[in-house]
Design a protein around this ligand. Structure first.
Ligand code: NI
Length: 255
């Protein structure tokens, strides 16, 4: 019943038990769909391999801003070829990260724009990573009115959320909504229409309370869904069904 729209099962944190874990998640843990976004060519290819092996996994392909320095001549052409794979549901994760590196802002912005243009050309939604770069992220996506996608693990202000929602964007909520200091994320949740909410784990990172500090996996979606349900006045089942439906709609995955 759950759709984890952002989980990095290609990460080496899962090397010891990847297959067993994925089968258990899709079985007894009730995880119906998982989207694994790439961060560079290698992890995009690995995500596609997982999507080929497991019918409930989809991939996204893209260059994360933290991987900027790995980018080589011709890589965007290689990315375009990967994006043609039938199990590639989106371009991502792409965006800006000024927490990681504030000294290459122009290069990050240029790479973000080139990947957005690829997504538009291929009619795919995008998965945006925006960390401490809210103003520039918003300014860039404003330039592409037809662009669709999700701001993953949204950490901007309620005002920014309102503008994105008006423009048709989805917002992704992760483990941090369960943290004690989650005030701003909860304000955003309160104003976000139910049909624009996605739930994500960002596994292996960002484990929700009460699993904080441990390796994360999609079995922990329930803690995020519970928190969302609390804010929106929905049961756990309703929240799971709603966010599954939202993810299917955005990523074009019909039943
Ligand atoms: Ni991620």
């Amino acid at each position: 019943m759950y759709f984890d729209t952002h989980a990095h099962y290609d990460d080496r944190a899962f090397d010891a038990d990847r297959e067993e874990l994925l089968l258990r998640l899709n079985g007894e843990e009730g995880v119906e769909l998982i989207l694994d976004p790439g961060c560079d060519l290698e992890s995009s290819r690995a995500a596609l391999c997982l999507a080929e092996r497991f019918p409930f996994v989809r991939a996204a392909v893209g260059f994360h801003p933290e991987e900027l320095e790995k980018l080589r001549e011709g890589d965007l052409e290689r990315l375009r070829a990967l994006a043609a794979h039938p199990k590639c549901a989106a371009i991502g994760e792409i965006g800006l990260d000024y927490y990681w590196d504030a000294s290459h802002k122009e290069e990050q912005k240029a790479l973000f724009r080139r990947q957005i243009e690829l997504a538009i050309e291929l009619c795919k939604p995008i998965i945006v990573h925006d960390r401490e770069a809210h103003g520039d992220s918003l300014e860039i996506v404003r330039d592409y009115p037809g662009l669709r996608g999700v701001f993953h693990c949204f950490s901007g202000s309620p005002e920014m959320a309102e503008e994105l929602l008006k423009r048709g964007w989805y917002l992704g909520f992760d483990g941090p909504v369960t943290y004690k200091n989650a005030r701003r994320a909860l304000e955003v949740l309160a104003l976000c229409p139910p049909e624009r909410i996605l739930i994500e784990t960002d596994s292996p990172y960002l484990s929700p309370v009460p699993r904080r500090g441990k390796r994360n996996d999609s079995g922990n979606l329930r803690y995020i869904a519970e928190k969302i349900g609390e804010i929106k006045g929905l049961s756990l089942e309703e929240t799971a069904a709603l966010t599954l439906e939202n993810g299917r709609r955005l990523f074009g995955l019909s039943e």
